[in-house]
Design a protein around this ligand. Sequence first.
Ligand code: ZN
Length: 519
Amino acid sequence: MRLPFVTLTLLATSLLSNALVLPSPEQFLSQQFLALNKEDLKEQVIQLNAIETTGSLPAYEDLPLVDTDDLQNLITLEDLNSTAIDLYHIAELSLGEYGHPTRVIGSKGHWGTIGYVLKQLKKLKHYYTFETQEFKALDGRVLSSNLTLNGEPVEKVKAFQLTPGAHVYGANLFFAANKGCDESDYEGLSAGNTVAVIQRGICPFGDKSSLAGKFGARAALIYDPLSEDLMPGTLGEPTDTTVGTLGITRSLAESLTEESIVDVEINAFVRYITTKNVIAETIHGDHDNVVSLGAHSDSVEAGPGINDDGSGTVSLLTVAKQLSKFKVNNAVRFAWWAAEEEGLLGSNYYANSLSPEENAKVRLFMDYDMMASPNYEYQVYNGSNIDNPKGSEEIKNLYIDWYNKNELPWVLIPFDGRSDYVGFIENGIPGGGIAAGAEGLNSQNGEVLDECYHQLCDDLDNLAWDAFLVNTKLIAHSVATYSKDLSSFPEREVESKVNDVSENKKQSKFLYRGSHLIM
Ligand SMILES: [Zn+2]
């Protein structure tokens, strides 16, 4: 289903009882944004934390205890709509630099998003403390990539994300043994004008590229022996020896011989930029039993990312705003992660930098990425307690029970590393989440869930407002349920966690880092 953003047709769910008169985009054009760059932002965070709350707000003691139905009833389409429109206009701040709206890290659109989230939180200063967390993120761009075989251009090639550039002409080939994951697989490769050909499998793409470079290859070609498809992979963080790397098809790889001569030309750069996570926590509630949830504040470069993950960003802001009308028993921590699209960098940085004491206080993490895909389905991450920290299954069941209660169909989707829960799971914290779908097919109608996934058209027309409202109510339910009572939720298994972390990471079961295949 694909609904225009200002007209909501008849919706067959009792959840949608709100008035459906939505404001026009023009009504939001006058928004002043808090910060457009890092320096402004630093100054404003300092100012925000110094501001005294003014006006007459009810004392915290006078608020009712959080109740899931009451909180859900406060989630309105008008709020979701106006905030989404704001985000779109923020994405347009990048027009000058990128030629199209985007909220990619480092852009005005992304700094504007961070500023906007902080500005909204400022209005809730009586209820939340907030902070930003700065970290370095890899930012890579591939401007062009070409491969020629015996002088003929090869059509189907794909540069790996975060590949360095390469300018190699008239090179011979070296075929790595096995999967190219061990030094011995490169025996016989002599430094010179050589390009390595490597099979996918066993170790990350980045390890293969780095090893090939270490033994003297000047570029690398990787193919999947099990599939003809090109891989949408990333090399991850480069090493000193990472070389320019292209993905090629299996049929091309199988046609290559030791007599083949190739040219590899990649114009690309990889650089570090700084960006920020935003984290807000209720002032009240038990800070030794923290309920945490997150969405990502950035988009890909190609477009404004209004569904991915403008929707989650908006949902969290809306729930945070309405939660402030209630007392909570357990503290709630909202996070807006940066650099998810570069490989979950913000959430990983956050989860990895928690001290053991702080880690132990986080009872669970819930991920909300893409809440309103136009041809949506109600997807629940299939996290089990056997493969994940204990509690992951309870989170999954909370979502399933709620969809069942509201007579909405749901599907389970793999818990395979495609969003910001990875850092939490790898650090022993139970996790879960819901989504409305990306490039996959809707299990009911066989059509793509979000045709505009990672594209320029992920704009205000790319939101299914009924799914947006339903899923934001479910987020409210998850927050209300756990902030009220965690007594039946599994305790953290902290003892085993400390020793397991590095092991967990080494043997990570996740094939993805965000949307990028890593191996
Ligand atoms: Zn996303």
